[in-house]
Design a protein around this ligand. Structure first.
Ligand SMILES: [Mg+2]
Length: 186
């Protein structure tokens, strides 16, 4: 995105996984199929080196639908962290919403509960310097609902007219990739 100025370096990133950091393979549950989007590893490491807190927030409705288990998810998460070249503890916290869309869920995006809990746990975080990064409207809505910033990446689901309108109405920047956002932000 052109002419994008961050007023201040991000203190925390709330990261969607599928379509943002790894390729979106619907209902991914095999660790060997976890595949980073190019540039993601370096970008995550750069944000960590800059002292930025990383949070993961992922909807995994395949669990609620009975397609795979939380153990499958956790195996994929371990592979994901390995590919990133970081430690499990480099994510300050991970929010996984296993419910299907028709099941009640406290954390399923666009619910802001996970973000709000982390902001409460780390009062040094300034919401205007915290970003929800994702490829879908439900990601951006989560940031809006939590009162933090949102940013869109174009590596996931196609951005249709409705999504583009939402971005414009809410002044949410769109980057080609997560790595491009990190280059602009740090
Ligand atoms: Mg996604």
């Amino acid at each position: 995105m052109e002419n994008f100025n961050l007023e201040a370096t991000p203190q925390a990133l709330f990261l969607d996984r599928d379509g943002t950091l790894i390729f979106d393979k619907d209902y991914l549950h095999e660790p060997e199929r976890v595949e980073l989007i190019p540039g993601t590893r370096e970008a995550i490491q750069k944000a960590l080196r800059a002292g930025c807190k990383l949070f993961l927030l992922t909807n995994q409705s395949g669990i609620g639908r009975g397609y795979f288990t939380m153990e499958d998810y956790e195996a994929c998460h371990r592979r994901f962290v390995e590919l990133l070249g970081i430690s499990m503890s480099d994510f300050t916290a991970c929010g996984v919403a296993p419910e299907a869309p028709d099941q009640p869920s406290k954390y399923r995006k666009p619910e802001p509960a996970f973000v709000l809990e982390q902001l409460a746990a780390f009062p040094e975080l300034d919401p205007s310097r915290c970003w929800m990064v994702g490829d879908r409207k439900s990601d951006w809505q989560t940031g809006v609902n939590a009162g933090i910033r949102s940013v869109a990446v174009a590596t996931g689901k196609p951005i249709d007219d409705a999504a583009r309108n939402y971005l414009q109405e809410n002044k949410i920047p769109l980057f080609n990739t997560f790595a491009d956002f990190i280059k602009a932000a740090f």
